[in-house]
Design a protein around this ligand. Structure first.
Ligand code: IMP
Length: 440
């Protein structure tokens, strides 16, 4: 069996979709195990081959143009013909968004995507974003406003509604009624909540779920069988280590497990079965939303990184905060996840910089030098980066296919990271297209 996990090593947006898309070319299953529509995995690819027997209306004889697809709930590997997508139990699934995404994917592939949805995954329903808005999480934490926190809270409070409830309409109706009445009591006089009629909502969701209810199944059994049969299964993390509910920069985190433990709790597969744990990091750092960011570059140079790297949120279009690579945070991510290798992406964005700062430690006002990432916000907020400054390069690296083709300064930058973290960097991305990678 081959089980591979691809996990964000920073604050998300590292390009997990692109790497997953490339790695799942030979995979049988691609699995999401956490999060919901807060994730936006953008994949740029050459034209999807039209299946045999389907007329290719767009075949003009011209070379294929790059296309893109934004995944929110469906695992990125599902773009390939032979890779089935699995939505694991650790996810919170917005049924409206799922139907829309399946439809868009079907249109693109000219075929039904093969999908399996965990019967114990929780549903994110229209009242969840409303509650999130009422609670002010959007302004306080700068969340994606998709209702993720309230949906996971229902799960933890043991009043959540699971996909399997859709298979028992009366049970589903009763649970929607109970949860909505409860919320209307907590938030009296809130017209948006009061406008929702539980019967109508339940009927609406039951109706639209007919588009996917036959895919609701025991995905734990499915994955164990696949792994026993030596199939290749790729677990695609959403969000990232520093947004993990337990290990991230709490409370500026998401509400699910974005680290390796999420594969166990969110897909039912023992983490020790994972042979390759690929940590994915940009060659610099970005974060969206509020919260600590020690290596944030607040000068014009940060703004330059923003535009060079097109650092705008896939889901919300928000500007991402930009800064330098933080080896203290990466060491922490590596320790928590047990990375067996790293993928370093967007190295091309650094081209043209005279020198590149890279944080190897933090300094605390107590004058203490800190090498371990502080989990306590009050300490982290006071830390300043201690930078080493490596020389930059000017050559265009976007066409490089081999490590030896990179300018010596770029190679030194990569080796510096490897040496500090003691983890091999197996893939370096030098452009957005799925083939713009250097494999080592
Ligand atoms: P939530 O997941 O919508 O509750 O947002 C909590 C925090 O996680 C906010 O700072 C979001 O910006 C951040 N976040 C959630 N999903 C992503 C993602 O896919 N990429 C980057 N940041 C994310």
């Amino acid at each position: 069996m081959t089980a591979i996990a691809i996990l964000g090593a920073q604050w998300g947006d590292e390009g997990k979709g692109k790497l997953t898309h490339v790695i799942t070319r030979d995979a049988d299953f691609c699995v999401r195990f956490n999060g919901g529509t807060n994730a936006g995995h953008r994949v740029v690819f050459s034209k999807v081959p039209v299946p045999a027997g389907v007329e290719d209306e767009e075949d003009s004889g011209m070379p294929p143009q790059p296309q893109e697809f934004k995944f929110n709930l469906v695992p990125s590997g599902a773009l390939h013909e032979h890779c089935a997508g699995v939505l694991g139990n650790g996810m919170v699934i917005d049924p409206y968004a799922l139907v829309e995404e399946i439809r868009a994917l079907q249109e693109l592939k000219h075929a039904e995507p093969e999908l399996y949805i965990s019967q114990t995954a929780h549903l994110l329903l229209p009242y969840h974003p409303l509650v999130e808005k009422l609670e002010g999480a959007k302004s306080e934490l700068d969340t994606t406003a998709k209702g993720i926190g309230p949906a996971y809270r229902d799960k933890a409070a043991r009043i959540g509604i699971r996909t399997s409830d859709l298979l028992f309409p009366e049970v589903f109706r009763e649970k929607v009624k109970r949860n909505l009445e409860r919320l209307q009591k907590i938030w009296p006089g809130q017209s948006d909540l009061e406008k929702i009629n539980s019967q109508q909502l339940a009927d609406d969701v039951l109706k639209l779920s007919s588009a996917f209810s036959d895919r609701i199944t025991d995905t734990v059994k499915l994955l164990h069988k696949a792994l026993r049969e030596k199939k290749t299964v790729v677990f695609e993390g959403a969000q990232a280590c520093l947004l993990d509910l337990d290990f991230g920069t709490y409370p500026y985190v998401t509400s699910s497990t974005a680290t390796i433990g999420g594969v166990g709790s969110g897909a039912g597969v023992p983490p020790q079965w994972i042979e390759r744990v690929i940590g994915i990091t940009k060659a610099y750092t970005t974060r969206v939303g509020h919260g600590p960011f020690v290596t944030e570059e607040k000068s014009e140079l940060g703004e330059e990184l923003l535009y060079r790297g097109h650092e705008f949120g896939t889901i919300t279009g928000r500007k991402r905060r930009c800064g330098w690579l933080d080896l203290v945070a990466l060491r922490y991510a590596s320790m928590l996840n047990g990375f067996t290798e790293l993928a370093l992406v967007k190295l091309d964005v650094l081209t043209g910089l005279k020198e590149i700062p890279i944080a190897t430690a933090y300094r605390h006002p107590s004058k203490e030098v800190i090498h371990n990432f502080p989990s306590v916000l009050e300490i982290l907020n006071q830390c300043e980066p201690i930078y080493e400054r490596l020389p930059g390069w000017n050559e265009d690296i976007s066409q490089c296919k081999e490590f030896a083709q990179l300018p010596p300064q770029a190679r030194d930058y990569v080796r510096f990271i490897e040496n500090h973290l003691e983890i091999p960097i197996r893939v370096i991305s030098v452009g957005p297209a799925d083939e713009a990678n250097i494999w080592r």
